[in-house]
Design a protein around this ligand. Structure first.
Ligand code: PHE
Length: 407
């Protein structure tokens, strides 16, 4: 391929000023660890699918949710943002938050990107599972690739109100406006929204209990998503901390009408598989999901996917830390995520954490200085200081690409 082109999953894309996918990241495309039998992400995936299969059946007793887990991770701006009514100036669209292939295409930042196309295909009840990509900080719970499961359920008036013909899903009201209390979209009837809210919350509390046990403590928190209104987060109490399990809500009606659906109301939710697997199986570091080490993988080779598994660390190897300080460029933009990607590209999975420990503006020159602490730890062996020094030197050399000056 030419240097102004990039080849991904059998397609070629022209690079432009938005291109920021790294070679390191491209190497994750198509690995599909969430589909590998016995992989912990696969166990969680299958358990959630089973919950939906058992909870929603038709008159003949057959499951009604269809499962999509091979949707290609390269999507366009319309799928990831526009079709979901995400405003033009929303921060989630920025180059510093997403992996763009070019101005038109990006690696999907959430599975919600596929909602519209599957509704247009005529589906009413579906799950979408796959790998998603976000630029973020580096620590034990963040990785630029992770996995999400999203769901959509659409209902007609007859389905939610049965034979009661006096009730309606819709009422007079602009379908882009919300009522003053922000309790619902103006175009929806309160009865329809309340019934949908009840089924959504009942389903998701059922799911939380199915995964974490009947005694799990949970709470609902009001939130905002551009594509649902009202919107909620479900949190569960895990080791004395409230853990955000999922986001959900009543789908914004223009998303349905733009997909050609005018007689239905829908609910949707999305959750991250890593976070659930880390809690359920006591997995201490998100990098482990990418390990090919049998000491890790064999611990999940169970016959029953519902078996209780508590991961035993193969061993904790010692950490090494090294700091790096530099002056930020004055003539171009710098975002910490640019630095995190560079560190990840060079250090790979040796990097456990990168944290900004000092941010200082020189009183005379007005220049900004950042100091980052890089924590190195190998998952499978002890690193020597000299091995770390080689990687650290490489980072120091390459960081000049970002226009910074090492102090
Ligand atoms: N896409 C949202 C996220 O990534 C989750 C979500 C999906 C919320 C569907 C509401 C409805 O956080």
């Amino acid at each position: 391929t030419k240097t102004n082109e990039i080849s991904l999953l059998n397609n070629t894309y022209a690079k432009d000023d938005y291109t920021n996918v790294t070679d390191k990241l491209v190497s994750y495309l198509g690995r599909n660890i969430f589909l590998k039998p016995h992989h912990p992400l696969s166990l969680v995936r299958q358990r959630i699918i089973n919950f939906f299969y058992k909870s929603f059946v038709n008159r003949r007793g057959n499951p009604i949710f269809s499962i999509y887990e091979n949707l290609p991770p390269i999507v366009d701006i319309d799928q990831n943002f526009d079709s979901l009514l995400i405003p033009e100036d929303h921060p989630s669209r920025t180059k510093s938050d997403c992996y763009y292939i070019n101005r038109k295409y990006l690696l999907r930042a959430h599975m919600t990107a596929h909602q519209s196309e599957l509704m247009q295909a005529g589906l009413n009840n579906f799950l979408m599972i796959g790998d998603v990509y976000r630029r973020d900080e580096i620590d034990r719970t963040h990785y630029p690739v992770f996995h999400q499961l999203d769901a959509v359920r659409l209902r007609t008036k007859e389905q939610i109100f049965l034979k009661d013909e006096a009730l309606n899903i819709f009422e007079e009201g602009n379908n882009t406006a919300f009522t003053s209390a922000q309790e619902k979209q103006a175009c929806h009837s309160l009865e329809a929204v309340k019934l949908m809210e009840f089924e959504l919350k009942d389903t998701l509390v059922g799911l939380a209990k199915y995964l974490f046990g009947n005694n799990v403590e949970y709470r609902w928190v009001d939130t905002y998503f551009p594509f649902t209104q009202p919107s909620w987060e479900l949190e569960v109490l895990y080791e004395n901390n409230w853990l955000e399990l999922l986001g959900c809500g009543i789908m914004r009606q223009p998303i349905l009408s733009n997909a050609g659906i005018n007689d239905k109301i829908g609910w949707a939710f999305g959750l991250g598989l890593e976070r659930i697997a880390m809690c359920l199986y006591k997995i201490p570091d998100i990098r482990l999901f990418w390990s090919n080490d049998s000491g890790f993988l064999n611990q999940f080779k169970v016959n029953d996917i519902n078996a209780t598994i508590s991961y035993k660390p193969i061993s904790q190897y010692p950490q090494c830390t090294n700091d790096i300080s530099f002056w930020l460029p004055k003539d171009r933009e710098f975002s910490s995520n640019d630095f995190y990607d560079l560190v990840r590209s060079i250090g790979g999975d040796l990097i456990e954490q990168v944290s900004l420990i000092d941010n200082f503006i020189h009183p005379k020159t007005g220049k900004t200085s950042h100091c980052y602490r890089i924590t190195y730890r190998h998952m499978e062996k002890t690193l020597t200081q000299s091995e770390v020094n080689v990687v650290h030197k490489n980072i120091e050399k390459s960081v000049e690409e970002l226009g910074v000056t090492i102090r």
